[in-house]
Design a protein around this ligand. Structure first.
Ligand code: COA
Length: 377
């Protein structure tokens, strides 16, 4: 039997090193993408630069960035056939992550490269996916509102186009900057559940779309990407700053989880949450909803005092998105719009040194049973 890591079996593989990786790295309360700190990238970079960095292991030159942006512009829109088929999907009462999972799977059916695992084809598919993910999310919202598709504008960023395709009006520079920063902060996170899911699927040498659909499916869950939506639901449920402390204490006493808090790896705080906390304070004040930030602070303080747990990336991103007027159930799809960049890095890294994931299970069932005919059972 292979070595079993103490405490990891039936404990979500806690502490197990499942592969080597050179994409992003967590140490204590720090996160780096390809060696650059998240603080540095959030302050100075753009999502497109981060995409290039994650895929190419270096920041782009002016010419390289221009070329990437050009390729994204070539791929960001949808054909009439794609739009009419997407529109035909059920959307009412459907969770956007379920719709997105189906929509991404459908895109593979129009992509001649989808079954080609050569590096060139993977590059083309990657560009299509990173360019189109935000447009899919925006189009779903347009469909739900009974509005028409808004075609992307060439020369604008993924963040700009997401907001434009969602709202049908040009976004202001400040809102674009907030969205771009959110995309940077969510772009990759070492061997998280969805990245691991994408790598497991890729390890069978299945195609990129299948691996990304696996990742979307994993991100959907409330213990992973689905937490940001749940945070806003919790805030709305609590309602007032005065209620927050009692509500949290009661929830903890009932052994309920408070969404957006705690993390498998960060025990001394998530650096992304610190950046988002500042953005949340600014934006909730700006939009006349400071109580949302104050409520969040009371929740944060109470959970820290009671359980020693700190906020993760989902906690303050909820109020950031809320302040931007984005519907609650689009928060996790926005996470996917960014994280697809990381998944694609993991899928490429997996293909580059692949061996199929095939761990063992520790047997706890019965043995030595003998088949009997149904009448004798
Ligand atoms: N609220 C209340 N208690 C929590 C908690 C939370 N958000 N997160 C963890 N805990 C508690 C658990 O109940 C458990 O308590 P116990 O030892 O008394 O049973 C202990 O802390 C360890 O939690 P566990 O679920 O085993 O940690 P994990 O490493 O498996 O899980 C998360 C990590 C992120 C899944 C977990 O913290 C969580 O569910 N958080 C809420 C969901 C969330 O925000 N997900 C987004 C992650 S980026």
């Amino acid at each position: 039997m292979a070595q079993i890591y103490d405490g990891a079996v039936d404990r979500g593989l806690e502490g197990v090193i499942a592969c080597t990786t050179a994409i992003s790295y967590i140490i204590d309360a720090n996160l780096t993408y390809r060696g650059y700190t998240i603080e540095d990238l959030a302050k100075n970079s753009s999502f497109e630069e981060v995409v290039y960095l994650l895929w190419n292991n270096k920041l782009p030159s002016d010419a390289e960035l221009k070329e990437l942006k050009g390729s994204i512009a070539d791929n960001i829109g949808f054909t009439d056939e794609q739009l009419s088929n997407l529109k035909a999907l059920p959307a009412k009462g459907i969770h956007p992550m379920a719709w997105l999972r189906t929509a991404v799977s459908m895109l593979a059916l129009w992509d001649d490269d989808s079954q080609d695992n050569s590096p060139e084809a993977i590059n083309r598919v990657s560009l299509r996916l990173v360019a189109k993910m935000g447009g899919l999310v925006a189009y779903l919202e347009r469909i739900r509102q009974g509005k028409d598709y808004v075609a992307p504008r060439a020369g604008e960023s993924i963040a700009w186009n997401f907001l434009y395709m969602l709202n049908g009006e040009e976004p202001d520079a400040e809102t674009v900057k907030v969205m771009d920063t959110c995309l940077i902060l969510h772009a990759d996170h070492e061997l998280n559940c969805s990245a691991f899911a994408s790598r497991v699927t890729a390890s069978s040498l299945s195609d990129v779309y299948s691996a990304v659909v696996s990742a979307i499916s994993a991100l959907k869950g409330p213990l992973h990407g689905g937490a940001n939506e749940q945070v806003m639901i919790t805030l709305n449920k609590i309602g007032t700053v005065d209620n927050a402390k009692t509500w949290v204490k009661e929830a903890l006493a009932n052994k309920e989880k408070i969404m957006g808090l705690g993390h498998r790896v960060y025990k001394n705080g998530d650096p992304r949450a610190k950046i988002l906390r500042g953005m949340s304070e600014l934006l909730t004040n700006k939009t006349g909803q400071p109580h949302l930030y104050e409520m969040s602070r009371v929740i944060e303080d109470t959970v820290r005092e009671e359980k020693g747990l700190l906020p993760n990336v989902d906690f303050y991103s909820a109020t950031v998105y809320y302040s931007m007027g984005i519907p609650l159930d689009l928060y996790t799809p926005i996470f996917a719009t960014s994280r697809v960049a990381g998944w694609l890095s993991h899928i490429r890294e997996q293909y580059s040194k692949n061996r199929i994931y095939r761990p063992r299970g520790e047997w706890t069932g019965k043995s030595g049973l003998k088949w009997q005919s149904p009448s004798a059972r």
